[in-house]
Design a protein around this ligand. Structure first.
Ligand SMILES: C[S@@+](CC[C@H](N)C(=O)[O-])C[C@H]1O[C@@H](n2cnc3c(N)ncnc32)[C@H](O)[C@@H]1O
Length: 366
């Protein structure tokens, strides 16, 4: 399902309203990140918004949001709302088109989506009003691989702390199985329901390396509480419906989290870092993924200062590492890349360990 409607005939000089520009950008991003279904659906939303003769279904559910800028993620909220209806069994006709529930998309998908939007307009609008909630399990492959590189075979007990944890699914990273290359060995507990296939490329971490997590604590300014009814379905709904590997691993991680629940405290990043403590004989890890961009500039600076001050108290017997998977410019003016980086104390040296992708799989290790 690629292609979809074009914008031919549009006055190229006319400025797009922010929402239309955002939906176009999001469609391109989905196409570039392997979701032809979402790229197509977002382009069809745009076509309905800009064509005065189109049915007003899309206009109606997005009413009042025409000035919404890109960071509001309106396109992903809208498709999240539709996916939620599919996952909760309220859009059976559309299920036949959605790969996350075994369907196959095709040219007939868009009219069914539009029917679903019309039939469930109130629910869709209510869903749109909620914040987008995501927790990408694939990022565990990058984070755990980075941690193995930092440990370099040492069997030090690890105290795992995370900022911007969302539902905390990446705090169970050591309980997932990660494959080095398409035909390579697997790291992690045999029998884990979460299998991150073909996740490590390049100079891969040792798949036999030990990892002993003795403490795990998440924090987030707006955590997803998986104990709340419906929270897991809502989180799953934000996974792109045609990316079945991501859907599968998120489902598996949610099932694992029901057996091994993790604590995610409602605490912002500055407060969380200010509360860190070191412990002799342990490696204290602060890790984070795709959350740095949501911190204000002053908060980014504050976290950096707190870590540096705290790092200055680290010793060889009580080391500290900040491990991150964040979009960064490798050089001034260069394009953003998802870099896996570690800053270790004592010393405070920062090393880029690998280059990943937005959803964490695969990561190429340097
Ligand atoms: C895109 S999600 C990433 C979640 C998770 N780290 C992952 O990789 O799947 C960003 C998370 O950062 C959290 N966040 C935003 N601002 C924050 C802040 N100031 N302090 C702590 N968490 C924050 C959001 O609530 C959200 O859960």
């Amino acid at each position: 399902m690629t292609g979809g409607p074009t914008t031919a005939g549009r006055d190229p000089a006319a400025a797009d309203p922010p929402l239309v520009a955002h939906l176009r950008e999001q469609a391109d991003a989905c196409a570039g990140m392997g979701s032809p279904l979402y790229a197509d659906l977002l382009r069809r939303c745009v076509a309905d918004l800009v064509d005065p003769g189109a049915p007003d279904t899309v206009r109606a559910v997005l009413a009042g949001r025409h000035d919404a800028p890109g960071p509001a993620a309106t396109g992903l909220r809208l498709l999240g709302a539709v996916h939620h209806l599919v996952l909760t069994g309220r859009a059976p006709a559309l299920a036949a088109h959605y790969p996350s529930v075994g369907g196959t998309p095709g040219p007939g998908t868009w009219p069914v989506v539009r029917d679903v939007l019309a039939a469930h307009a109130d629910e869709v609008v209510a869903f749109l009003n909620g914040p987008p909630q995501t927790n990408e399990v694939g990022r565990s492959a990058a984070l755990v691989g980075g941690l193995l590189r930092v440990l370099a075979g040492r069997d030090l007990p690890v105290r795992l702390h995370e900022i911007g944890s969302s539902a905390g699914l990446n705090l169970n990273a050591d309980r997932y199985r990660v494959q080095a290359g398409p035909d390579g060995g697997w790291w992690g507990p045999p029998g884990s329901p979460v299998q991150l296939a073909d996740a490590w490329h390049g100079t891969v971490p040792d798949v036999t390396a030990p990892l002993r997590v003795v403490e795990r604590l998440g924090t987030d300014v707006a955590p997803v509480d998986l104990r709340r009814p419906g929270a897991a379905e809502r989180l799953l709904a934000y996974v792109w419906a045609d990316q079945v590997d991501r859907v599968r691993r998120t489902r598996a991680a949610l099932a694992l989290a029901a057996v091994h629940p993790v604590t995610v405290e409602p605490v912002d990043a500055v407060t969380a870092v200010g509360r860190l403590e070191l412990r002799p004989g342990h490696l204290t890890v602060l890790w984070h993924s795709v959350m740095w961009q949501y911190l204000s500039r002053p908060d980014q600076a504050r976290v950096g200062e707190l870590l540096a001050r705290f790092g200055a108290t680290a010793t060889a017997d009580a080391p500290l590492v900040e491990l991150s998977l964040e979009p960064e410019r490798p050089a001034p003016g260069a394009r953003h890349e998802f870099l896996v980086a570690a800053r270790t104390w004592p010393g405070g040296e920062r090393v880029v360990l690998g280059t990943s992708v937005g959803h964490g799989v695969p990561t190429r290790w340097h």
